[in-house]
Design a protein around this ligand. Structure first.
Ligand code: ADP
Ligand code: ADP
Length: 238
């Protein structure tokens, strides 16, 4: 079964910019897809339409066979099943690493700092287990803004995993990191998604990283899909 299906996706920002010009894309179970393309190609717009952080101008997005109907309750249910990882981490800086991971449980897009008591002991145990799993056992009670970039991104990964998602969408997760941290972060995303059967779609502008991890590569240029295939089929121009 398809996890996520995008059909005829068009996104115009105002009258000027046509960021997506009719994208069709299906994410199947167990896939680890890298979306590559130059800056401004539309990769970020595509991901945001998939999670409905922005509204597509035309086209449909379906999750597990069900098209998004636009209602608030559907949107909430939709986002709860899709984990998001961002380039700039989107952590609550003044909160602890543990609290940030727990935000995945309530929906971090709307969560506030200082609501620790809302979480069950079971959730806290699960969050600690995930933080150990991503190598942050010594950072659990630190404030998020005390961490390095690579550590912050691993909090972002733990937060996404707390949702027990069917799909993880990662928007340039390593674009702000040095090569060593990038490798750790990509390994962490890859290992946790594949071992849990979570499908993953990750925007990358590093073609090398895409080739190393992806089971499938989608190339976007000027809002159009120009490549969709196996990493070894990728031509030099992409
Ligand atoms: P990528 O992620 O591949 O760098 P984006 O999806 O961020 O590409 O951008 C695609 C195009 O849409 C670019 O021309 C960009 O300038 C434009 N764009 C992105 N976000 C907005 C916005 N909020 N308002 C207007 N134009 C935007
Ligand atoms: P990131 O590096 O985190 O992807 P970007 O620099 O691509 O961030 O974009 C930051 C914000 O600016 C986003 O909300 C994006 O939608 C918006 N944006 C990007 N390009 C444009 C544009 N040409 N006009 C207006 N807003 C834009």
């Amino acid at each position: 079964t398809a996890i996520l299906k995008v059909e005829g996706l068009v996104k115009a920002y105002g009258a000027g910019t046509l960021a997506l010009k009719g994208i069709d894309l299906t994410v199947e179970e167990g896939e680890f897809i890298a979306v590559i393309g130059p800056s401004g190609a539309g990769k970020s717009t595509l991901l945001r339409c998939m999670n409905r952080l922005i509204e597509p101008t035309e086209g449909t997005v379906s999750f597990l066979g069900e098209p998004m109907n636009g209602s608030k309750s559907h949107l909430r249910r939709w986002r709860s099943q899709i984990g998001m990882i961002f380039q700039h981490y989107n952590l609550v800086n003044r909160s602890s690493v543990l609290e940030n991971a727990l935000h995945g449980r309530l929906g971090y897009m709307s969560s506030l700092a200082g609501v620790f008591s809302r979480y069950s002991e079971e959730d806290k145990r699960a969050a600690i287990e995930l933080l150990v799993r991503v190598g942050l056992q010594n950072e659990i009670y630190k404030r998020a803004d005390e961490l390095s970039g690579g550590q912050k991104q691993r909090v972002g990964i733990a937060r996404a995993l707390m949702q027990k998602p069917k799909l993880i969408l990662a928007d340039e997760p390593i674009a702000s990191l040095d090569p060593k941290s990038s490798a750790v972060v990509m390994d962490t995303i890859y290992d946790n998604c594949t071992s849990r059967g979570i499908a993953c779609l990750v925007n990358l502008h590093q073609v090398e990283a895409a080739k190393k991890y992806a089971t499938r590569i989608v190339g976007i240029k000027g809002g159009e899909k120009v490549f969709d295939g196996k990493p070894e089929e990728l031509t030099d121009e992409m």
